[in-house]
Design a protein around this ligand. Structure first.
Ligand code: UDP
Length: 240
């Protein structure tokens, strides 16, 4: 068996990735499939931290457009990430993967609170750790939370699993000849405003030397192939 390229990863899934073909909520088949892929990684010896978005349920900015106070809306968005995290933890536990949820917002009856030290200890012991409630602060995204947690748990790589194959010069769904970038720098992603992540999330990775891989969540088996050294998706790192 080939060697693994990472010992510890932070996997970021958007809430939308859990919707499948629906337009709201969680598709049980999608969550079960992702859980199966995470199980494969975990059983191969990869330590997996996860951050899951909440956009399939609520986003603060969208709620604010409808008149809800932005801070309240962001709290609702963060609670949505907790719901998704609980669903993913349940899917993993049902297939025998030791998993725990740690939240940035205190809710002791639901899950434990996040500390980097405890998260690292659980990962080292082979548990999947799902880091819920974003950063715990309004006006941030779960992409920024994922960058922050990747750094805090000392991941070797942050993986953002999206609906496209990686980073392109333009939206490949709309622009037929959009150029695919297998490797690019954080600065290029920022300067060209490429749809990688929001600027806060990219800068956190850049300033802390956290390599970032953007790949398609719907490509079955791709996570494991990536861990075995295959160049999947786009890599964002320092340099040109
Ligand atoms: N959110 C927040 N602070 C954070 C992370 C998330 O306030 O640190 C809120 C924000 O309202 C956001 C929502 O939670 O819109 C859901 O997260 P996000 O939009 O990042 O989810 P995704 O797009 O990944 O599904």
């Amino acid at each position: 068996m080939s060697e693994l390229i990472c010992q510890r990863i932070l996997l970021k899934l958007s809430g939308e990735a859990l919707m499948g073909s629906g337009d709201f909520g969680i598709d049980p088949d999608v969550i079960a499939r992702v859980a199966g892929e995470v199980k494969e990684l975990s059983e191969a010896g990869v330590q997996v931290g996860m951050v899951i978005g909440g956009g399939n349920i609520f986003r603060g900015a969208g709620l604010a457009q409808g008149g809800i106070d932005r801070v309240t809306g962001d709290h609702m968005g963060m609670l949505a990430t907790v719901m998704n995290s609980l669903a993913m933890a349940d899917a993993l536990q049902r297939i025998g993967v030791p998993t725990r949820v740690m939240s940035a917002l205190a809710m002791p009856d639901v899950c434990e609170g996040f500390t980097a030290r405890q998260a690292r200890a659980c990962l080292a012991a082979g548990e999947v750790v799902i880091l819920a409630a974003g950063t715990g602060n309004p006006y941030f995204t779960t992409d920024s939370a994922a960058s922050l947690r990747a750094i805090e748990i000392k991941a070797d790589l942050m993986i953002k699993a999206t609906k496209v194959n990686g980073v392109y010069s333009a939206d490949p769904v709309k622009v037929a000849d959009a150029e695919f970038y297998p490797v690019l720098s954080y600065d290029r992603a920022l300067a060209e405003n490429l749809q990688v992540m929001d600027a806060t999330a990219i800068v956190l990775c850049r300033d802390n030397g956290m390599p970032l891989r953007i790949m398609n969540v719907n490509e079955h088996g791709a996570l494991m192939r990536l861990m075995r050294g295959e160049a999947i998706g786009s890599l964002v790192e320092s340099g040109e």
